[in-house]
Design a protein around this ligand. Structure first.
Ligand code: SAH
Ligand code: DHB
Ligand code: MG
Length: 211
């Protein structure tokens, strides 16, 4: 292990494996409060989709549609994405950016939105990327509505490092820390999942559902 700067390594990977097209670049640039995934994570999601032949994908937490675009680009003909966003302004912005894509944007609280799409399941991949406090609840839902051999993926699973620290972390509530620890612990169960947590900038937990 070297101590090469993370940024230099990532620049190389991004240049070679995860170049952004004009649409993706526009969704990242000029966004003041960017809370999207990184390009290499977008490319990883595409690889995961192809590996499990994903046609029906659920995304919890749309923001402006950046990650949705990465997911949409890996969909096969006839595939579909359901993406859920609570914030009305973000949902409106994302809706404009996602026009013409096989994407259904469901505005409102995700727990409610998820209950509305159950009949369209089972799903091949669920990408959890909304309020960190509710990751354990989203996992409850995904465990039921993802097919055997499908994937459950969580973003920000380091929870801004609160997940592995014991001391208080600014802006992270103890209830959110508990929820994220529960999410990772449950997905680490090798009897149920073939899974790993990747040390991306924010942490990404990836679990293949074996039941
Ligand atoms: N997936 C996006 C980033 C999502 S950021 C990307 O990588 O491009 C997290 C989003 O979750 C925010 O837009 C926030 O408004 C939304 N969110 C927070 N709580 C939510 C809830 N209860 N239901 C649905 N969306 C929620
Ligand atoms: C935040 C949310 C995210 O999904 C993310 O990837 C980074 C930051 C946030 O709410 O601060
Ligand atoms: Mg995120």
């Amino acid at each position: 292990m070297t101590d090469a700067p993370f940024k230099d390594r990532m620049d190389y990977i991004r240049r070679l494996f995860a170049p952004e097209d004009a649409t993706l670049r526009a969704l990242r640039e000029g966004v003041a409060d960017n809370i999207s995934i990184y390009p290499e994570e977008g490319r990883l999601l595409q690889l995961l989709m192809r590996l499990c032949d994903a046609r029906k994908v659920v995304e919890i937490g749309t923001f402006n549609g950046y990650s949705t675009h990465w997911l949409a680009q890996a969909l096969p003909e006839g595939g579909h994405i359901w993406t859920l966003e609570k914030d009305a302004a973000r949902a409106g912005q994302a809706r404009r950016h996602l026009q013409g894509l096989p994407v259904t944007l469901i505005e409102g609280d995700a727990m409610h939105g998820l209950s509305q799409i159950e009949a369209a399941g089972p799903f091949d991949l669920v990408f959890v990327d909304a309020d960190k406090l509710n990751y354990a609840h989203y996992l409850d839902w995904a465990e039921i509505h993802v097919r055997k051999g499908g994937l459950i993926v969580g973003d920000n699973t380091f929870l801004f490092d609160a997940v592995w620290r014991d001391d208080p972390v600014e802006r992270v509530r103890e209830t959110a820390r508990q929820s994220m620890r529960d999410f990772n612990l449950r997905l680490s169960d090798a009897r149920k999942y073939t899974s790993i947590m990747l040390p991306t900038a924010e942490g990404m937990t990836i679990a293949l559902k074996n039941f």
